[in-house]
Structure formats: structure tokens, C-alpha cells
Design a protein around this ligand. Structure first.
Ligand SMILES: C[S@@+](CC[C@H](N)C(=O)[O-])C[C@H]1O[C@@H](n2cnc3c(N)ncnc32)[C@H](O)[C@@H]1O
Length: 365
């Protein structure tokens, strides 16, 4: 059978429809096409050999701090559910630290859409002692009902987003068309209407993103969570920053072998595509769906509140140098400290979360 590459598959879809597709549909195919999508095919994605490095790939201390936050909520009867677990490394940080703190979850679920990543995660989990490894269970769909802690690190930014462009007094969708056998940006003819508040103080041609799929995901989560905490950690900002008149090109970023670009039409299926999270939008959706806001802080202040620096006093000299370096990467403003935020959503839970003891910017959402 003739092999058709992903770029051609996408062009064929557009040609068959005889109209542009939404950027969300393009992003969905580029990242999640069952065979050739970036997150489905077997390329090394995470770490130095891959295209980008996430916080758990940067340092075990990230997972240790999350474990400390989990400990406050775990009661011996509830579970942890991690979405989009990448290489699986976060579970190998959280579980041993929780074991050390004497508070393991009943089950550590991983909901992973990619079969290839599930296999990779199983290999990583198998490096832990069986007592810990055996608590991990993989899911392909949301559980029927859930009590405990949901963790999603850099998952929202990987959800397919729509792009919008300001035209005269309204916004239209900026979709993907095919001209002269090239993928090109193409504006939809109709006005983009939904109930989201979009800025009206921006000039013509100003571009932004909106993520109805992330909103739907929050809503679906809310229907299954009976009691517990959701920790969303991602690259993003509140609505004032997101819709800043000077952010005129939106937040779309692509990563290929540690090079960032804003061109999603190259290396299709071989590069990561992300958009920043509008945390105000997510928080509003969460409240509409029945969650309460448990806190909102920069990654730096969240990790500091959980005592990331205390680990330095508990280790030997060799590890000390590495860990000091890694802490810088996780907390310094020009690294991941300020651009990454942590949003906590809670349901039926009256506890002041330790991670927000130093900073809670919920009022800015
Ligand atoms: C940038 S990676 C982050 C991986 C990992 N969490 C880390 O921090 O290293 C994004 C992950 O989100 C997953 N993802 C995206 N949408 C998802 C969804 N609706 N449900 C579960 N996982 C999803 C992708 O498959 C991918 O594994």
C-alpha cells in the first residue's frame, strides 16, 4: 500500500472538504493522528534527546514537592490520577516520596491516550520496587467516579486550540487551507461567535487562541470527581496578560529538537505544537462546572511554599550541586519559575492548600 505522509493526509482532508479546517482540527491531526501524530508515533519527545524538557524531566524535586501537596489531601482511601504522563517519570518521583512520607494513594492511575507512551511509561514504572509499581494502573477513559488528586502537567497546552483573528469589529477563525499544494493560514468567512469574552481594545489583525476542548475536558472532569483536588500546571497566564494588546501574534509555539518556532506547517507530526493556557478561562469554566478555586500561583512560589529548598539540606554534597542547579531551572523567573503557573481546583474539600501559602493570585484570574 502506498504510504501517505501526515502533511499529505491533512492536505487531502482540506481538499476533500473544499474549505479550510479549524486550527484545532489541524493540531489534533498533527499531534494525535492515530499512526503519525506527534504524540502517537515512536519519536523521542521528552528530555535532552527529544524536543523539549518538562519540569518532571528537569528534576525529581518537582515530583517530591507535588507529593508533599498530595500528602495533605490523601487519606489512605483515595487515589491519584495523572493525565498525559509523558515518559512516566513523575509517578517515579511522587510515589517513592509519598512512601517515604508514609501516605501512599490506594491506586495511582495514569490516563494516557498514546499506546506508544503507555509502553514507555510501563518501562519507567518497572524501575520502581514492585510495592510501588503495582499501585500504578493505566486507563484509556475517565473513571466513572473519582475521589483524590488529579494531576495534569503540561497537558492543557497540548490540547488542540482554535486560533482567532480580529477583523473590523469582530473575531473570525484563523483556519488552515491548502493553496498551490502548500498549507496556509486562511480566515473563515463567518464571524466567530461563542459566549467567551474576547477583548475589544485590540487592533485589526490581532491574533489569539481559544480552547473549547480544554473547557469541555474540565467539564467532563467535574462530572466524575466526587471529592478532591485537581492540579493544573502549565505554561500560561491570566486573561489580562493573555489578551494584552501587545500579544498580537497569539501564543502558538512549536518545538523541534529544542528549537522554538511559530510555524506549525513544518515538521508535521515530528514537532510539538502548543498554545499557552488562559487560566482565567479555565478557572471560569471550572466554576461553571462546580469546582472551587483552591489557589493560583507561579510554579516558583508553589514549589517554594512546598519547601523545595529544604531538600538541599537533606542530601550529600554531589547531589547538592545538581539539585541546586535544577532548583534554579524550576524557580528562576527567566527559566520556568514565572511563565509556568499552578491552578488548583477543589471539590467538596475545605482545606487551605499548602502550595499556596506563599502566594495566591486567584483574585487576578
Ligand atoms: C507536553 S506532554 C507532557 C507530558 C508529561 N505530563 C510531562 O510533564 O512530562 C503533553 C501530554 O498530554 C497528553 N494529553 C493531551 N491531551 C490529553 C487528554 N485529553 N487526555 C490525556 N492526555 C492528554 C499528551 O498525550 C501528552 O502525553
Amino acid at each position: 500500500m502506498l504510504f501517505v505522509n501526515l502533511e499529505q493526509i491533512i492536505k487531502n482532508i482540506i481538499i476533500q472538504k473544499a474549505k479550510p479546517i479549524g486550527f484545532d482540527e489541524f493540531m489534533d491531526l498533527a499531534l494525535y493522528h492515530p499512526v503519525q501524530g506527534y504524540y502517537r508515533a515512536g519519536r523521542q519527545k521528552f528530555g535532552e534527546q527529544g524536543d523539549f524538557i518538562t519540569a518532571p524531566e528537569t528534576s525529581d524535586l518537582f515530583g517530591f514537592c507535588l507529593a508533599r501537596q498530595c500528602m495533605q489531601v490523601l487519606d489512605g482511601k483515595n487515589d491519584i490520577l495523572e493525565f498525559g504522563a509523558g515518559s512516566g517519570v513523575l509517578a517515579t518521583q511522587i510515589l517513592p516520596e509519598l512512601a517515604r512520607l508514609g501516605q501512599l494513594p490506594k491506586t495511582y492511575y495514569i490516563l494516557e491516550l498514546s499506546a506508544e507512551l503507555q509502553q514507555r511509561q510501563k518501562r519507567t514504572i518497572n524501575t520502581m520496587p514492585p510495592k510501588l509499581g503495582n499501585t500504578v494502573v493505566w486507563l484509556n477513559t475517565l473513571p466513572q467516579d473519582f475521589s483524590g488528586i488529579v494531576i495534569a502537567n503540561e497537558v492543557l497546552d497540548a490540547m488542540p486550540a482554535k486560533r482567532l483573528i480580529k477583523q473590523f469589529t469582530h473575531f473570525s477563525e484563523l483556519g488552515v487551507g491548502c493553496q498551490n499544494d502548500q498549507l496556509v493560514w486562511q480566515v473563515f468567512n463567518q464571524v466567530y461567535t461563542n459566549d467567551k469574552i474576547l477583548p475589544n481594545n485590540v487592533s485589526e489583525g490581532w491574533i489569539t487562541e481559544t480552547n473549547p476542548r480544554a473547557a469541555a475536558w474540565i467539564d467532563a472532569l467535574s462530572t466524575v470527581i466526587k471529592q478532591g483536588l485537581v492540579l493544573l500546571i502549565d505554561y500560561g497566564m491570566n486573561k489580562d496578560e493573555y489578551f494584552h494588546p501587545q500579544r498580537g501574534r497569539g501564543t502558538l509555539r512549536c518545538y523541534y529538537q529544542h528549537q522554538a518556532s511559530d510555524d506549525p506547517f513544518v515538521h508535521i507530526g515530528k514537532q510539538d505544537i502548543t498554545t499557552s493556557v488562559n487560566f482565567s478561562d479555565i478557572a471560569q469554566q471550572a466554576k461553571n462546572s462546580g469546582f472551587e478555586i483552591g489557589g493560583y500561583a507561579t510554579q516558583a512560589m508553589f514549589l517554594i511554599a512546598l519547601g523545595i529548598d529544604e531538600y538541599l539540606t537533606q542530601t550529600d554534597k554531589n547531589k547538592h550541586i545538581d539539585w541546586a542547579q535544577q532548583i534554579k531551572q524550576l524557580v528562576l523567573p527567566n527559566a520556568m519559575g514565572e511563565s509556568f503557573k499552578v491552578l488548583a481546583l477543589t471539590k467538596n474539600m475545605a482545606v487551605k492548600l499548602r502550595g499556596f501559602a506563599e502566594q495566591d493570585l486567584s483574585h487576578k484570574l
